[in-house]
Ligand binder design. Structure first.
Ligand SMILES: Cc1cc2nc3c(=O)[nH]c(=O)nc-3n(C[C@H](O)[C@H](O)[C@H](O)COP(=O)(O)O)c2cc1C
Ligand SMILES: CCCCC(=O)C(=O)O
Length: 358
């Protein structure tokens, strides 16, 4: 158990307090913040609170089975690690390697961020099942070189983030004048060769979040790799349907944890319409505001195959490196098991959407 002088940790929210105590306030703000008024940041969690769970009774089964698979990858529970950038700001010595070790030991999938502070090869050396998150760069030769590296490192899927045609406006970052990584910390994957402009020093300013990216790029990527492709950041049912017709293999209903367009709806509120549009053709994942086992259950009942966890992983990492992340995952696993049992479900698949009421 991570304990500081006056804090014991019983749930994921407690970990945020530990992290706040340990982190440089500027980095804490980077991790915690959302865009502008942080309406969406708050909405994600508020929506989970607003929804109620209706248990089924007298089902007469044993402890629930949490393990399953997503796009052919085994997972010990329907929870993945969402891609988050810059883990060495939370745990300078190891960064993403600590996160990856904890994910491997817990038997869950880590979505490694393109903007990691150690390379994808180093993450793979520490990790278990990895997926690679990509911001398609207008320099397609460089983008392809990243895809090849992710494939060679053994990543089992590509997660293309599509909610970032520009960087969201983060005012906490502006107030703190936090616009670049500190000396010695880089976007490690961006330092490799392969860029047509020859710039490879790994500075954040070399990352392009570009409004030029379009469906044509997704089609291009579909032709470049045989890995499953997921789009992350889908909120409109028409986009979900188009993604499926483009040959995309999975979708992540996400508003980037409220960090991109502020005032987008809570993700859990969008899940039912996206699920209707997709009609089970591809698996749906959801992230944003998942903090409790009951949140996971609500998402599963409304049609998600799994959820992904963003900030709580960073709080665990800041609190205690791999041990902290392990503890976050184990707390959530216990809660999920308990919530499923109390809902009368022997597995995630046994939940039905009529068990969530608004
Ligand atoms: C500090 C931080 C960095 C993030 N970096 C990325 C990133 O590099 N790529 C990406 O697709 N999403 C990124 N995200 C978004 C997460 O993948 C995820 O959508 C979001 O954190 C989920 O919400 P939650 O934090 O409430 O769990 C980041 C989120 C945070 C908090
Ligand atoms: C250029 C940094 C983008 C990382 C990111 O996606 C986030 O902080 O939400």
């Amino acid at each position: 158990m991570i304990r500081t002088t006056h804090m014991e940790v019983f749930n994921l929210r407690d970990f945020e307090d530990v992290a706040r105590e340990k982190l440089d306030p500027v980095y804490y703000d980077y991790f915690a913040s959302g865009a502008q008024d942080e309406v969406t940041l708050a909405a994600n969690e508020a929506a989970f609170r607003r929804l109620a769970l209706v248990p089924r009774i007298l089902r007469g089964h044993g402890p629930p089975r949490l393990a399953g698979s997503v796009l052919g990858c085994e997972s010990s529970m329907p929870v993945l690690l969402a891609p988050t950038a810059f883990h060495r700001l939370a745990w300078p010595s190891e960064g993403e390697a600590a996160t990856a070790r904890a994910a491997r030991e817990a038997g869950v999938i880590m979505i490694a961020a393109m903007l990691s502070t150690i390379t994808i090869e180093e993450i793979a050396a520490a990790g278990g099942t990895l997926w690679f998150q990509l911001y398609i760069q207008p320099d397609l030769g460089f983008t392809e070189s990243l895809v090849r590296r992710a494939e060679a490192a053994g990543c089992r899927a590509l997660v293309v983030t599509v909610d970032s045609p520009a960087l969201g406006r983060n005012e906490r970052g502006d107030r703190n004048d936090f616009h670049d990584l500190p000396p010695g910390i880089f976007c490690a994957n961006m330092r490799g060769s392969g860029r047509s402009d020859g710039r490879n020093d790994g500075h954040v300013r070399q990352v392009s979040l570009s409004p030029e990216i379009s469906w044509r790029h997704v089609e291009w990527l579909r032709g470049v790799t045989r890995l499953p492709i997921l789009l992350k950041g889908v909120l409109h049912p028409a986009d979900a349907a188009q993604a499926v017709s483009c040959g995309v293999d999975g979708l992540i209903v996400s508003n980037h944890g409220g960090r991109q367009l502020d005032t987008t709806p809570a993700t859990i509120d969008r899940l039912p319409v996206i699920a209707d549009a997709v009609g089970g053709q591809v698996p749906l994942l959801l992230d944003g505001g998942v903090r409790r086992g009951t949140d996971v259950v609500k998402a599963l009942a409304l049609g998600a195959s799994a959820v992904a966890l963003g900030r709580p992983v960073l709080w665990g990492l800041a609190g205690g490196g791999a041990d902290g992340v392990a503890q976050v995952l184990s707390l959530l696993r216990r809660e999920l098991e308990n919530a499923l049992t109390l809902c009368g479900a022997d597995s995630p698949g046994a939940l039905t959407k009529d068990q969530v009421v608004g």
